[in-house]
Design a protein around this ligand. Sequence first.
Ligand SMILES: C[S@@+](CC[C@H](N)C(=O)[O-])C[C@H]1O[C@@H](n2cnc3c(N)ncnc32)[C@H](O)[C@@H]1O
Length: 122
Amino acid sequence: IMGDADRIGEWFAPGEVDVIHLNFSDPWPKKRYAKRRLSAPSFLEQYKAVLSSQGKIIMKTDNAPLFEFSVPQFLSHGFSLEEMSVDFRREEHPEDAITEYEEKFIEQGKPIYRAVFAKEKA
Ligand SMILES: C[S@@+](CC[C@H](N)C(=O)[O-])C[C@H]1O[C@@H](n2cnc3c(N)ncnc32)[C@H](O)[C@@H]1O
């Protein structure tokens, strides 16, 4: 789907989605644009609505400030932390596809931050 993720609640029925991947989302570093980060509360509420009861969100980023912003956002909006790494590619992970941007960041020697969040039972 080509579109803004703030409409995800219109694209999927409640509980229809098993996994959402947030891969190297734009960090929107300026505080006045924090609402546009894909881990901002308005997005998290929509993710919760479309995710199934076993639903998960897998987030990867090269951006430490975005990661530091995002983890507490998830934890205070109904998600629990299942896995976390601040250097995910230190070890081989053939089960996890390397995205286009990720490949560039790995070549630059940047650590990849990754977390898996599970939707908490209502
Ligand atoms: C740095 S690129 C990463 C692209 C790809 N996921 C990867 O890992 O190679 C960030 C992407 O996030 C998309 N993006 C950022 N905010 C978005 C939003 N609100 N809705 C949909 N896509 C968004 C941008 O269009 C861009 O393609």
